[in-house]
Design a protein around this ligand. Structure first.
Ligand SMILES: Cc1cc2nc3c(=O)[nH]c(=O)nc-3n(C[C@H](O)[C@H](O)[C@H](O)COP(=O)(O)OP(=O)(O)OC[C@H]3O[C@@H](n4cnc5c(N)ncnc54)[C@H](O)[C@@H]3O)c2cc1C
Length: 558
């Protein structure tokens, strides 16, 4: 039985682990948080220097799990996870320290270690005129490995989809401690895999049997929204029609609950050279459904929106932008805001929508903007459009992007005695329901007296509401479960999904049954057991999360 912390450290040293091993109070405290509202203190934090270190560690834990059931492994890259999936109690494996290399890059594809920051990866691909378009709003903070394991998406997902669309191959350490390549297989290749007399063969065999036996139920479970990060995406693993079986579709977005990713190969797309916005100011949201429909037909690259509370906040705290943006960008922001001051004389908008078009020249972008404006103009009344602003270049669009991307940060820095509580932060409903749905969400926010702004990806109907709360105060804590239940139930009533991008972790895992029903969640649990029979990877998350456990680990130190 492994008991004391230093004993665990010694044991890990003894397996020939070449990376860093740290069980100091300081490091355990640092790794006990991610960007979620939870806290779990690890026993030890290790940073592997090679895939071999990772395999040694998994083998060690697999061998000792029976003697010490508390042993587990939780992967962590940049730790910006909002669902509580990058923290745990036993061993944290930090990929962001040494496994940060770009292994190969060409115009259409790249192979990268999980811990490489997306911002560094992006610099390299842009040199070749290419991007990985599924980057999240946290693009300056997160890693490619985090994006893969959360199946992240962001502003460009409307046009390009999420990270699972781009992963073509993985290197993956299975629960038996062996690193193997995972890629799409045809039926002959699958049969050969299933005939193997080893752990890999067993995983393929058992998962294939599970998916065959429940084929219709699994296909029917696919969320009927344009983006989703909940559960395991089993409906994409086995396709009877094409005869393709792709294990990577279950691993991407699994939050490290099935095993550890040591390398990802991703497809890249050409980086458009020019972009601009048509901005719409709405006096109410009654015509939102038809409006979104019309806009989406013009195939914008992005379609974002924020509410009046975000706009008010941006105006109120304008000087704070100076600190965040630096003087040059700030002065440009002020200068660019002058036309909007006139715009506001026509009435404060209820919502600001940003429709972005891209192209190979400013002219091409301008034409796309004009075409949409021409189509919308006769419908101004029907869609409650109070005004338009054309920003055909990136420079003139900047001010809107600043409000969209930084308002949340602003709210966070201004309200010092409250903390971000992401618990209704990522739901998706099809846009046609928004005019009815959004006022109902606003009513729930009001009912629970939550301090929150609404911003989101309009084209997908994916919204981020992150209230500021005093989580250490029981009165605020008591609001979490009922408010979350009300919002989730509303989302599900409208046929939506409880997470479009941020994934399940501790916060949404307990509510998967509400979304999928017991039968499908049981299939998720069986999938987890096939990959990870001893439950060594990231326990208590996703399909294995319970609200009792999650709720008992809400952060109370800040
Ligand atoms: C301000 C802010 C805005 C955000 N906006 C978005 C957004 O627009 N869209 C979006 O999708 N997300 C968003 N997020 C959430 C988060 O930033 C992203 O999901 C991001 O991709 C996570 O990357 P990371 O490197 O921080 O991963 P981490 O937080 O370190 O890990 C994420 C998950 O992946 C697992 N994991 C990490 N590395 C591995 C590995 N090698 N093998 C197996 N599992 C692994 C972890 O265990 C964890 O479950 C936002 C977060 C913040 C704080």
């Amino acid at each position: 039985m492994i008991t004391g912390m230093s004993e665990l450290k010694e044991k890990i040293q003894n397996i020939g682990f070449s990376g860093d091993i740290d069980d100091s109070d300081e490091i355990r405290e640092k790794y006990s948080h991610d960007a979620s509202m939870f806290e779990l203190k690890p026993e030890i934090v290790v940073a592997p220097k090679s895939a071999e270190d990772v395999t040694k560690l998994v083998t060690f834990v697999a061998e000792h799990k029976k003697d010490d059931p508390t042993l587990s492994i939780t992967a962590r890259s940049a730790g910006t996870d909002m669902s509580g999936a990058a923290i745990n109690t036993s061993i944290i494996v930090d990929f962001n320290k040494h496994l940060t290399k770009l292994i190969a890059v060409e115009q259409q594809s790249a192979t990268v270690q999980p811990g490489m920051f997306f911002r560094d990866f992006d610099k390299e691909t842009i040199k070749l005129g290419a991007i990985l378009p599924s980057y999240p709003a946290s693009r300056d903070l997160c890693t490619v490995g985090g994006m893969v394991n959360n199946n992240s998406g962001g502003e460009k997902s409307l046009q390009y989809g999420k990270t699972d669309n781009y992963v073509t191959e993985l290197k993956f350490v299975f629960a038996d401690g062996i690193e193997r390549v995972v890629r799409p297989l045809n039926k002959t290749e699958l049969d050969a895999k299933m005939a193997q007399n080893d752990f890999e063969g067993k995983v393929y065999r058992e998962l294939f049997q599970l998916l065959e036996a429940n084929y219709d139920a699994v296909q029917a479970a696919r969320p009927k929204v344009s983006k989703d990060s909940t559960g395991y995406h089993l409906w994409n693993v086995w396709n009877r029609e094409t005869g393709v079986f792709d294990l990577a579709k279950a691993i991407v977005g699994a939050q490290g609950t099935l095993g550890l990713v040591t390398e990802s190969t991703v497809r890249l797309v050409p980086n458009p050279t020019h972009s601009g916005l048509l901005v719409l100011f709405l006096k109410d949201i009654n015509g939102l459904g038809g409006l979104i429909d019309t806009v989406v037909k013009h195939k914008p690259a992005t379609f974002e929106g924020f509410d009046d509370a975000t706009l008010l906040l941006s105006m109120k705290f304008m000087p704070s932008f100076l600190k965040m943006l630096g003087p040059v960008r700030f002065i440009r922001l002020l200068f660019n805001l002058i036309p909007d001051a006139f715009q506001l004389l026509k009435g404060f908008p209820k919502m600001v929508l940003m429709v972005e078009f891209t192209g190979q020249s400013t002219d091409e972008v301008r034409q796309k903007i004009k075409a949409l404006r021409k189509e919308l103009s006769p419908h101004r009344k029907e869609f409650s459009i109070n005004g338009f602003e054309e920003s055909p270049t990136e420079a003139s669009s900047d001010k809107f992007w600043i409000m969209r991307r930084y308002s949340f940060q602003l709210l966070r820095s201004k309200v010092k005695d409250k903390h971000t509580a992401p618990f209704i932060d990522d739901f998706v409903v099809n846009p046609e329901h928004l005019p009815e749905f959004l006022p109902k969400v606003q009513a729930i926010i009001k009912k629970y007296k939550l301090l929150a702004t609404i911003a989101g990806h309009m084209g997908d109907g994916n919204f981020h509401i992150i209230p500021l709360m005093k989580l250490e105060d029981p009165k605020d804590r008591e609001k979490l479960e009922p408010a979350m239940k009300e919002v989730n139930n509303l989302v599900l009533e409208y046929g939506g999904s409880i997470s479009g991008e941020h994934n399940d972790g501790l916060v949404r895992g307990p509510w998967l049954e509400a979304q999928y029903g017991k039968e499908v969640v049981d299939i998720f649990k069986q999938t987890k057991a096939i990959f990870d029979p001893q439950n060594i990877f990231n326990p208590n998350k996703k399909a294995n999360a319970t609200w009792e456990y999650s709720f008992s680990h809400i952060r109370d130190s800040f």
